[in-house]
Structure formats: structure tokens, C-alpha cells
Design a protein around this ligand. Structure first.
Ligand code: ADP
Ligand code: ZN
Length: 808
């Protein structure tokens, strides 16, 4: 028989596969192997098994780590797509899709090597024999012998070779186990049962056995004790002594369902419009066909209820489902709504889970024991079996895009691709869909579904406060109007949310008299202000000029740099409202494990009067006692140097508006801005998403920004400024040679020029939107090939990251 060859993916940045050979006939794609790689060993994933002998000498597979594939064909195909489209290695794609414990982790272990024994000191010998006895990892050994003499003995052992370091695949994350009882294999339970029944009067332990013999075994010791008085440690032990049952340790499920109510009968009857929407989704589901929908409906219009009905239908079809939500929206309330209807069929995935919990959730889905996964971005890879429905809620949310580490995937697009491969239906839900999805609807790639009404309550009103008009009528950074409304709300013992934006690192120049922020003539985005060099810079195109001395619009010399010092807002408010209790929610105050939740609970329970926060407060939260929401300076968002600034502003205002006035008390959102006529603000005031989208798309089209192009951003990083600039420039030369002049923008220093000891530059290329994974890969391959042929000396000191469909 000819040799079996396997192509293996590794989680390194190298975008190619490696071929090995093996005699294992059962080897299959989706299994992990332990193989020699250069001078060491590494874990790799088999992605192809074949019999084509390569031209080079192959090395053998050392060990096959899985008995059966841990990734099915679809997941392999999906990660291959990610590999091509997001231009990472296939292994990186695979790594993202697997939980720790099943991915590529390995660890160093210590082993005792024979033959040195006579040269050792007493201490050495102790260490030697202990290592021999116990299977220590290097880390464990270093902890065991961490001080003084012992530490040096360990070091000496390693350097002189009587202790050896081995790299080994890391043990799987183990299940938590518990004692279970089962019948012994050689026991004829039926026979025993009838014998006992004939016997008449029975001992308690015999009765317990009769009961046990009727049950679905194995069961946990602990649960038996709670079922019936017959089961006690004594009776169970007695049966064991009789040789009828035996105990064994088996994995148990982590029980995190405390306090959740399972009441599937309480599923709500859909309204007429919801029913129509549901029927459109039901049709392709029943035919097991791929379909993609954009479900457009304001917050509170009943989208979640539609997801629930669609999921229920998918389950009835014997299929599973995935629900993606932004991490922040994964609040107990959201989970409870799904739990109420689906109970233990749900696996909830979130970032606060331990490796073991994540691993267990993964196993439950993979085994089919559970069939619904709910979670943020990475839940798109959850091994739900035969998924029929994938929901991406708040599809416009930027947390769906992974930035670091590679793969820089967009979970929404991965979800669409996965649905495609699985003949499933995908629903993208939002009150403010992203322009990419809106355009896809216009091109009939997605079908549009709408839920226009809000069943309970009306939309809160949005008041625009023009900073131009309130000049001279300000209390610090608040217009008198907003100041007074806050005072009134506080007097009524209602709550207030104040929003400021923390895009502090991008500073910009603003005219104090008319509010104008200089725009780039080349990309129509705001210019960032670089104080040190006193220049204004467009970080898309690289355009720059000396910072203006006078306002382009009104000629005022009263220009100031903005964009930092956001914490001061809290101090300022403390001065303006000395009696109010303030709470701040931003990246600093929510960094702890439950930071966000804690602040949320505090505010909900009325332990503070004013919540001051960044975009974070706008997401997924519901505060019935909030009647005033203030956006202190909308221009901070608009001045962010991105072509998506307007889209983001609109989304932000809509979300904020959705937070106010959901209960009986109507709320008002006050937006302070220098630009009341900006489309994002004007249309947010009237909750007119469609008008906004029309205007936004028109201006994007003019400049060929996404969704009218596919934008790929390259990040160049190095501790050396001159090298990073040189490489970025040469790389752009290569791009221009391959693709022509007009689609390349840059290079230019990044908005954050210097971070973690590295200078950062970037460049962009705009490809046709129609470029699919293969086309993107082909162009990038040619660019890198060209670059390799012209790259300057010292180029290897510069890292180049590729971010396809970057959102920033
Ligand atoms: P969205 O997901 O669009 O924000 P939800 O599904 O959360 O909207 O609905 C908002 C509120 O209206 C929720 O409290 C929900 O329970 C209620 N609701 C939605 N649909 C119905 C329905 N058909 N019958 C009764 N209540 C509903
Ligand atoms: Zn001006």
C-alpha cells in the first residue's frame, strides 16, 4: 500500500500547509497531530489526507492526538475561507475556532534522564527522584523548587542534562468529574429483580437496588441521595459489596442555571407584523435552503421575539441555532429570555468563562446535547450540529470585527458564509443597519424585513442644541438648557445619562467661534492634529499640511485642539451638580471581570443619579428611571478621522435614544453640537434611518469608500521610525505596481503613531466590492510577491498586518 500523506496547518503566520506521512489508516481531516517541526515538535491540524507524494522528503507524524475529527468538514471549509479572505494562515483560522484545550496549546515538561545518578548531590538526587515519580510541567517544577539552593539545583539539572525539557501537547482541559453508579457488567439485573421480588420482605438496600435497576444508569451519587430515602451512602455501599453495582468518575455538567426560569409555554404570540416577518423566515427554513435577511426594526420593536420563534421552528426541524450578540448585550435579561423558552438546550458563551467552562460548552454542542449557542463574536464558531438558523443581533456593532490577534475576521460575514455552507438561514437584526448590509439589500443579496412599530411606548424625542446659538449661555460644557433639564430631573428624583466620547487619542483642531473642524481635501474625513509637528494629517491618503492659524470658514484665530481630557467631564459635573451622586462607566471603570455589570446594577437600583459614560452606556441597557440623556459634544464622534464617523454618530444617537423613555416616563435626548445640519444628527432627530442611509451612501459612493469598495488596511509596525516609513512606502510602491495608481491610499502615520514601543504607519487599498476570497487572496499574494522583490534592507524588522474589510 502506498504511503498516506497528510497536509497540516499550524497556527503560525506562515500561510502554507506542511506535508507529512503516516501509517495511521484512520487519520482524517479535522484531527490534530503531534509532529516534528524544524528542531522541535508542534501540534498541527490535519486538513487533507491524500496519496500524492511530494517532491521533498516528508517526515512522519509522531502521534495522532484525536480519535475522531474534532472539526467537521464545514468548519474546515469555513476556516479555509477565513484563511483566504482575511489573509491569515489556515492554522490561525482553526485556532480561532477551537477552545483552549482543543487548539494548539502545548507545554514544557521535565523528565529525569538516567545514567547520571552517581554524580549527584543529595539535593540533586531528591529532585531527580521526585521528577521521576511525578510528571511535572516545567512551570510546576519551577514553582516547586523556586528558592535559593533548590532553584540552582533545578537549573544545574537542566544545564547538565540529568533533567530534560520536553515539549508536549497540553492535556485537554479536564471535565469536572463526580462519582457515578452503574450496574456491574456481569450482573443480570432482570434476574436479580425477579428473585428479589419473589423473596417477599426486603432489606432497605435490596429495595434500593430494585429502584436503581429501573433507572437510567449511570447516575451521580449526589443526585441519588436527593431522589429517595432509600439511597444513602450505606445502602449504596452495601449494594456495591454485594457485587451488583460499581462506582466510576464521570464528567458532570457545570450548573450555572441558578435562578433561571424555564417556562416554554410562555412563548408570546406574535403580532401580525411579527408573524409576517416570521413567515418569510420560515419558508427557506422549511426548505433547508440558504437565505439571508436584514431585519430592520427599532429597539423594542420585537426583533428578539421573532428570533425566538424562528429558533423554535429550527429546533422543530431537528436543527440547531446560533445567536450572536455584542458582548455587552449578553446581559442576564437577554439570556433569560432565551432560557425561558429553550432551557438547557442553550449553551451561553461569554468572555468571562474559564477555559474549562468554555471547553464544556463546546463539548455539549459538539455532542448534540445542546443545540443553541448564544454568545459574542467568537460564538460564530460554536460547534452547533446541523445549524438551521444563525442570528446576528445588532449586526452593525463594531465588536463583531476582530482586530488582534489574526484572523481579523468579521463575525457577521463569517456567519453569512457559515449559513451558506450549512444551508441555513441567517438573520441580521438592527435598528441602524450598517451601510454594508443596507447596500446588500439594495443589491438583493439580503431580503429586507421590517418591524416598524414599537409595541409599547413611543420613541423618545431628540433635541438638538446648537452650540453656535448657546455661545455665551453655557455652564461649563453644558448649554443652559441641558443644565436646567438635568437639575429638573434630579429634583424629580429621576436619573440622567451623560455621554461623552472618548476618542481621545485622535485629537483635532476646532474653531471656537464656528465649530469648524478642518477636513481633508482628499478623503473628506476630518484631519487629525499632530501637536508636536504642528501639522494636520489625513491618515487615509497621507495628505498633510501645516496646522491652520486661522479658521478656513470664519477667519477666527480662536482655534483649539480637542479630543483629550475626557475624565474632566466627571469632575466638571461634580462641580455643577454638587448634590448628585455620579457614576462613571468607561474602559477604565469597567475593566474588571464584572465591572460593566456592577455599574449597571448600581445605576439601575438607583444608587447614583447621573451616569457619565462613553459609547458603552448606549448599548443593550434599559433604565426605566432615566428621563434625560445628554450628549455633551457630538462633534467628537464626527471629527473622528474615519469615513464611518457619520454612520457611527447616527448609530450612537439612535441607541442612546432607545435607552430613554422605554417605560411610562417619556425621555428626552439632548445633543449638543456645532453641526446641527450634519445628516447624522439631522436624521437621528427624526429617527429617519432611511433618509440618513440614502445620504450617507451617496457620499460614500462619490469617494468609493465601502460599501462601494472593499477596503484593506495594512499596518506597519516597528520600533524604528525610519524603517517603518521606508517599508510602508516601498510596500505602497509594490501595491501601485500591481493594482494601478488610483486604488492605493497612503502610506501615512497611523492615528496612534506610537504604541507599545512601536511606530505605526498604515496604507489602504480599495478593491472592487465583488472581490471574493480567492480574488482577495490572489491580489494580496501578488502584492506581497512584488514587495518581496523590491523590499529594502532591514525590512524584516517591520511587521506588516493585513486587515481586510477593516472598520475603524
Ligand atoms: P427588540 O429585540 O427589537 O429590541 P424585543 O423583542 O425585546 O424587541 O421586544 C420589546 C418588548 O416588547 C419586550 O419586552 C417583549 O417582551 C415585548 N414584545 C415583543 N413582541 C411581543 C409580542 N408579540 N407580544 C407581547 N410582547 C411582545
Ligand atoms: Zn470658524
Amino acid at each position: 500500500m502506498s504511503k498516506i500523506y497528510v497536509d497540516i496547518a499550524f497556527p503560525t503566520a506562515v500561510r502554507r500547509l506542511f506535508t507529512y506521512h503516516t501509517k495511521e489508516k484512520n487519520i482524517a481531516p479535522g484531527m490534530r497531530v503531534w509532529v516534528p517541526l524544524r528542531k522541535e515538535f508542534a501540534i498541527g491540524m490535519v486538513v487533507q489526507v491524500h496519496q500524492r507524494k511530494p517532491e521533498f522528503e516528508t517526515r512522519p507524524v509522531e502521534r495522532v492526538l484525536d480519535e475522531s475529527p474534532i472539526m467537521d468538514e464545514t468548519m474546515l471549509k469555513l476556516t479555509e475561507w477565513i484563511h483566504r479572505f482575511y489573509y491569515c494562515s489556515w492554522g490561525e483560522g482553526i485556532q480561532a475556532a477551537l477552545p483552549v484545550g482543543l487548539n494548539f496549546s502545548s507545554e514544557k515538561r521535565v523528565r529525569a534522564k538516567k545514567g547520571f545518578i552517581d554524580k549527584l548531590t543529595k539535593l540533586d538526587e531528591e529532585i531527580f527522584s521526585e521528577v521521576k515519580k511525578y510528571d511535572y510541567t516545567l512551570q510546576e517544577a519551577q514553582k516547586r523548587w523556586r528558592d535559593g539552593k533548590e532553584k540552582s539545583a533545578l537549573k544545574r539539572g537542566i544545564s547538565s542534562g540529568w533533567l530534560q525539557i520536553w515539549e508536549e501537547p497540553r492535556q485537554k482541559v479536564d471535565y469536572k468529574t463526580a462519582k457515578h453508579w452503574q450496574l456491574k457488567a456481569d450482573v443480570d439485573a432482570e434476574n436479580l429483580t425477579s428473585e428479589l421480588k419473589d423473596k417477599g420482605k426486603l432489606n432497605k438496600w435490596e429495595e434500593a437496588f430494585l429502584e436503581l435497576a429501573e433507572m437510567d444508569l449511570p447516575v451521580t451519587h449526589q443526585s441519588l441521595l436527593t431522589i429517595s430515602d432509600l439511597f444513602t451512602p450505606y445502602t449504596l455501599k452495601r449494594i456495591e459489596e454485594e457485587g451488583w453495582i460499581e462506582s466510576l468518575d464521570l464528567p458532570v455538567k457545570g450548573g450555572d442555571d441558578h435562578g433561571r426560569k424555564y417556562e416554554p409555554e410562555k412563548i408570546k404570540t406574535l403580532s401580525e407584523t411579527q408573524e409576517d416577518v416570521f413567515q418569510s423566515i420560515r419558508t427557506p427554513l422549511s426548505k433547508k435552503e440558504f437565505a439571508s435577511f436584514l431585519l430592520y426594526g427599532v429597539t423594542g420593536s420585537g426583533k428578539t421575539e421573532v428570533y425566538i420563534h424562528a429558533l423554535k421552528y429550527a429546533l422543530e426541524q431537528g436543527r440547531g441555532g446560533l445567536v450572536l450578540v455584542p458582548e455587552i448585550a449578553l446581559t442576564p435579561q437577554t439570556v433569560q429570555r432565551f432560557y425561558q423558552i429553550f432551557g438547557d438546550q442553550i449553551a451561553v458563551l461569554h468572555s468571562r468563562m474559564s477555559d474549562r467552562e468554555r471547553f464544556e460548552a463546546w463539548q455539549h454542542l459538539k455532542s448534540g446535547e445542546k443545540n443553541i449557542a448564544i454568545g459574542p463574536r467568537s460564538a460564530v464558531f460554536a460547534p452547533v450540529q446541523n445549524p438551521g438558523l444563525i442570528v446576528v443581533d445588532e449586526e452593525h456593532d463594531s465588536s463583531y470585527k476582530q482586530y488582534d490577534p489574526s484572523p481579523r475576521y468579521h463575525a457577521r460575514d463569517v456567519a453569512i458564509m457559515r449559513a451558506h455552507m450549512d444551508n441555513a438561514v441567517v438573520i441580521l437584526g438592527s435598528a441602524t443597519p450598517g451601510m454594508v448590509s443596507v447596500k446588500a439589500v439594495m443589491e438583493e443579496k439580503h431580503s429586507l424585513l421590517q418591524l416598524p412599530d414599537r409595541p409599547t411606548g413611543s420613541m423618545p424625542s431628540v433635541e438638538i442644541l446648537s452650540l453656535k446659538e448657546y455661545k455665551g449661555a453655557m455652564r461649563g460644557s453644558l448649554t443652559v438648557e441641558l443644565f436646567e433639564e438635568i437639575e429638573k430631573a434630579l429634583a424629580r428624583e429621576e436619573q440622567v445619562i451623560l455621554l461623552y466620547n472618548r476618542r481621545g487619542y485622535a485629537s483635532f483642531l476646532q474653531c471656537e467661534d464656528c465649530g469648524h473642524v478642518p477636513q481633508s481635501p482628499e478623503s473628506s474625513t476630518s484631519l487629525t492634529y499632530h501637536k508636536k509637528k504642528n501639522i494636520l494629517l489625513d491618515h487615509y491618503s497621507g495628505y498633510s499640511r501645516r496646522a491652520d492659524k486661522k479658521c478656513e470658514l470664519c477667519g477666527s484665530e480662536n482655534l483649539s485642539s480637542k479630543g483629550s481630557g475626557t475624565q474632566q467631564v466627571e469632575e466638571e459635573m461634580a462641580g455643577l451638580f454638587p448634590d448628585a451622586r455620579l457614576l462613571r462607566m468607561d474602559r477604565d471603570t469597567t475593566s474588571g471581570k464584572f465591572g460593566h455589570r456592577k455599574i449597571y446594577e448600581q445605576f439601575l437600583h438607583g444608587q447614583a443619579d447621573i451616569l457619565i459614560g462613553t459609547q458603552l452606556v448606549a448599548k443593550g441597557l434599559d433604565f426605566p428611571n432615566v428621563t434625560v440623556v445628554g450628549v455633551i459634544n457630538a462633534d467628537t464622534e464626527l471629527a473622528f478621522p474615519s469615513f464611518r464617523a457619520g454612520e457611527r454618530m447616527f448609530q450612537l444617537l439612535s441607541q442612546v435614544a432607545g435607552r430613554a423613555g422605554r417605560a411610562e416616563k417619556p425621555g428626552v435626548v439632548y445633543v449638543q453640537t456645532w453641526k446641527p445640519e450634519h445628516p447624522a444628527i439631522k436624521h437621528a432627530r427624526t429617527h429617519n434611518f432611511k433618509a440618513f442611509a440614502r445620504q450617507e451612501l451617496a457620499s460614500r459612493e462619490m469617494l468609493i469608500f465601502p460599501p462601494f469598495s472593499r477596503m484593506i488596511v495594512f499596518h506597519f509596525k516597528s520600533p524604528s521610525w525610519s524603517k517603518v516609513q521606508m517599508v510602508a512606502e516601498r510596500f505602497c510602491d509594490a501595491m501601485r505596481m500591481v493594482t494601478g495608481e488610483n486604488v492605493v491610499m497612503g502610506p501615512s502615520p497611523s492615528v496612534i503613531e506610537w504604541m507599545n514601543g512601536q511606530y505605526q504607519w498604515e496604507a489602504n487599498i480599495k478593491l472592487k466590492r465583488s472581490h471574493n476570497a480567492f480574488a482577495v487572496e490572489k491580489i494580496l499574494d501578488s502584492i506581497f510577491e512584488k514587495y518581496d522583490s523590491i523590499k529594502p534592507k532591514g525590512a524584516s524588522a517591520v511587521r506588516i498586518n493585513v486587515d481586510v474589510d477593516a472598520i475603524e
